[in-house]
Design a protein around this ligand. Sequence first.
Ligand SMILES: [Mg+2]
Length: 247
Amino acid sequence: MSSKAPDTPTVTTLMVTSPLSKPLLPKPIWAKLGQRLNVAGMLSFLAVILRDQEMALPHLRAQDLRWVNWAELKRQGFEGVVLDKDNTLTAPYSFSLWPGLGSSLDQCKSVFKGKVALFSNSSGLLEYDSDGSEAKALEKLLGVHVIRHGTKKPAGTAEEIEKYFNCEASQLVMVGDRYFTDVVFGNRNGFLTILTQPLSLAEEPLVVKQVRKLEAALVSSWYQKGLQPRKHSRLSDESCCVQDPAS
Ligand SMILES: [Mg+2]
């Protein structure tokens, strides 16, 4: 577990200033809102509510990355990990790894050597990162490949991801903080899905905070009615996959 993949940068050096010659300037509020208001996502939201509620239920839930037992997931046959960025690895719109997550990310990279990538609705998404500058910055800072793609989660397929990992999505783990984007996308495409709690709500626009609350309330009501996530064929024992890092 302690060994690291050759040539894989660690995150211990990650105190972010942009490595680019062109600095990564803060985005204006309209761009942030556009990044967060996801029309296809809204349609998907309705579809999930009306007929596909279990798609929003993650297979596993963790406080944050530190709670995920990467070695156990590997032992159960998973081949790689796909991470969301905003509020999973960094604060929204930030290019600094959230404090305390470095060792878990290093551990993840060590366990899944060369098989860890970011799939974000900001960095690497052609609509908002058309020249790939944000993706390149993150790759340099985190030592993790950022998948370029053209469709926001939860819409679209896992084609770009499967191509990068050279395996089926059912062999991969999707980790993210949103029920109706990361989890729905992951479940629809066959990933094992892990929901983490958002790292910081301070930077999120009010409307996004309200949508987040609505999502949580809906999912909570479905759990109370007894709805369960669909079983994942590769997950043989979920009891050890998420653990308190202090235990
Ligand atoms: Mg997120």
